[in-house]
Design a protein around this ligand. Structure first.
Ligand SMILES: [Mg+2]
Length: 239
């Protein structure tokens, strides 16, 4: 796709969460992921089943992810094995190509970075299923955030610019705001603490944030109309 040229945009970089942001919560990936984590805790870490649900909530609240919390408590396990058990068995068939989101993302003139706590294999699989593999200039994932040697400077680079951050997690939105980002909560119609905008679906991005396309509207109109005009555009999810 040809590079889009025009006036200097208000935002220099757009940072997108992956899960439950680029596709809806209703896809069932989140629910299956939580169940897989709980199964892993029971079967691989021998944690008493009756304690697991509450423990997950506490670890997520205190450490950001259940995985980080388990490590902090001293549980030893292989990261790749954990990811293979948690993400490797997700119902990816529920995700379908999303041509509307693809055309929106490709029409955005700014740099787009994907941000996820999950591993690279999961990120690539979700992007492939949604048909969005070529929509991002970079992916920040578990391996990027937990490098075996020197830390990556990918996130630091994007923080230098004026970033707008999209996420379905109220916790992440609050953290993003504290880090100085312009923030968008996705999957809700009402604002949450720290959110500058609320989008019920990522598909509403153009209506809610038209300034992203300032000076680039012509390109989007013609291409998006062609996609939207097809009668049978499939949305991201089959329930
Ligand atoms: Mg998410």
């Amino acid at each position: 796709m040809a590079a889009v040229e025009g006036p200097t945009p208000k935002y220099e970089c757009l940072l997108f969460d992956l899960d439950d942001t680029l596709y809806p919560l209703g896809a069932g990936i989140n629910l299956a992921c939580r169940k897989n984590i709980q199964d892993y805790m029971r079967d691989h870490l021998q944690i008493e089943e009756s304690q697991i649900a509450e423990m997950c909530l506490e670890l997520y609240r205190d450490y950001g992810t259940t995985m980080a919390g388990l490590k902090a408590l001293g549980y030893e396990f292989d990261n790749d094995e954990f990811h293979a058990n948690v993400h490797g068995r997700l119902p990816y068939d529920n995700l379908r190509p999303d041509p509307v989101l693809r055309i929106l993302l490709l029409s955005i003139p700014q740099r787009k970075i994907l941000f996820t706590n999950s591993d690279k294999v999961h990120a690539e699989e979700v992007l492939r299923r949604l048909g969005l593999e070529d929509c991002f200039e970079g992916v920040i994932c578990f391996e990027t955030l937990n490098p075996p040697a020197a830390p990556s400077n990918v996130l630091r680079k994007s923080q230098e610019n004026y970033v707008i951050f999209f996420d379905d997690s109220t916790r992440n939105i609050a953290s993003g705001k504290a880090a100085g980002f312009h923030t968008v909560i996705v999957g809700r119609s009402e604002l949450v603490p720290g959110a500058d905008h609320a989008l019920e679906s990522i598909h509403n991005i153009r209506e809610a944030l038209p300034e992203i396309w300032d000076g680039h509207d012509d390109w989007l109109e013609s291409d998006a109309d062609a996609v939207l005009a097809s009668a049978d555009v499939e949305t991201a999810v089959v329930a």
